[in-house]
Design a protein around this ligand. Structure first.
Ligand SMILES: [Zn+2]
Length: 355
């Protein structure tokens, strides 16, 4: 395993302390096989290299992404080895057949053939094991080990940021510099913090709050604007459900308000039609919108607000388009797209997969 401090390779059998003095926390022998170096890469991915705030669920998504990326790399390496073996086999067969090499060369030919056969079998079988690793409880355990060792996870959202007596989350001149075009109602304080601390409210001209009036100072402004004419549109963002949150949100509106409500999701019927969401819903239930890393979530949400579609349906659409685009160009990507998800280009971030 690689040392995150000195970048040198350290043998597991040499104990948990590197020559440079770094004390390893995680063991590659445990269920998820997450090393310290990989954990740092996971934090970098979730935090966009320390530029964005993120939730625990997003940290999990980042780990899932990196594991997938590694698995694909391993697949490509295996494919390459198999191709080399088969090419050599063909070459040997031709050389023996044309008597350039004596029949005795079959001794070399045989083990090569067996090796090629085994690696082909592994290659063919590998897709059947693709969803095996990565379970949420094991991940929670990894997280606990990391924090118990006194290591920080910079940028991770923990407690609600805006308590009743806390100052406004933005300077006064900022709040006046954008108009309130919309109101975004969330079902958790964590979602409000995630979007507000990353500036989604200013970029999209919306007030973001929960039905419990969190944050308090935003709730007053929301009520004022809902009673005004014309009233801003109201958008809903919540965990996977069958429309329960929308019913609660309808009661949140003042009776005389003319505001329209648009539910952006998650809706249970739609999460099952996206491959990525379907895989994730087997591990986290109910699914929350922060299953998407922030750059994906903010772009999905921005598009959902503007096109009045749910984020679930946009996720499915993005997967379909990505599949069509890749199959039209390079046949090798057909295999890759079977694992494709909404994460359009984050697998290409300079190869930072913690290796
Ligand atoms: Zn070291």
């Amino acid at each position: 395993m690689k040392c995150p401090q000195c970048s040198k390779n350290h043998h597991y059998s040499a104990g948990p302390i590197c020559k440079c003095g770094y004390h390893f926390i995680l063991s590659p022998k445990e269920d998820l096989k997450i090393t310290d170096n990989l954990f740092h890469a996971i934090i970098r991915r979730a935090s966009g290299n320390q530029t964005i705030r993120y939730t625990r669920t997003q940290l999990y998504t980042a780990s899932y992404r990196l594991k997938e990326l590694r698995r694909r790399k391993e697949y490509k390496r295996a494919l390459f080895t198999t191709l080399i073996c088969f090419s050599l086999m063909v070459l040997f067969a031709v050389l023996i057949g044309t008597s350039i090499l004596p029949m005795g060369a079959v001794v070399v030919f045989f083990p090569l053939g067996i090796f090629a056969l085994i690696s082909t079998l592994i290659l063919i079988c590998s897709p059947f094991f693709k969803t095996k690793p990565h379970y949420f409880p094991a991940w929670e355990n990894t997280l606990r080990q990391w924090t118990a060792a006194g290591q920080s996870i910079p940028g991770l959202l923990t407690n609600p940021t805006y308590q009743d007596d806390s100052p406004t989350p933005w300077p006064e001149n900022d709040i006046n510099s954008y108009g309130i075009n919309r109101i975004l109602l969330c079902d958790s304080t964590e979602l409000v913090d995630l979007l507000t601390l990353n500036g989604f409210h200013t970029a999209n001209g919306c007030l973001i709050l929960t039905l419990d009036d969190y944050p308090h100072h935003v709730a007053d402004r929301a009520l004022q604007s809902l009673n005004a004419t014309p009233a801003p549109d109201v958008f809903l963002l919540h965990q996977e459900d069958n429309g329960e949150f929308a019913k609660q949100a309808a009661q949140f509106l003042p009776e005389q308000s003319a505001a329209k409500i648009h539910d952006l999701g998650f809706l249970k019927t739609q999460t099952q039609s996206s491959k990525f969401l379907k895989i994730m819903s087997k591990q986290i239930s109910p699914l929350t919108p922060d299953i998407f890393l922030y750059p994906n979530l903010s772009s999905l949400l921005g598009r959902a607000i503007n096109s009045l579609q749910t984020i679930g349906s946009l996720a499915t659409e993005a997967e379909r388009k990505a599949y069509q685009k890749s199959t039209a160009h390079d046949p090798i990507l057909i295999y890759e797209t079977s694992f494709w998800s909404i994460d359009w280009d984050s697998d290409d971030d300079g190869g930072d997969d913690g290796e």
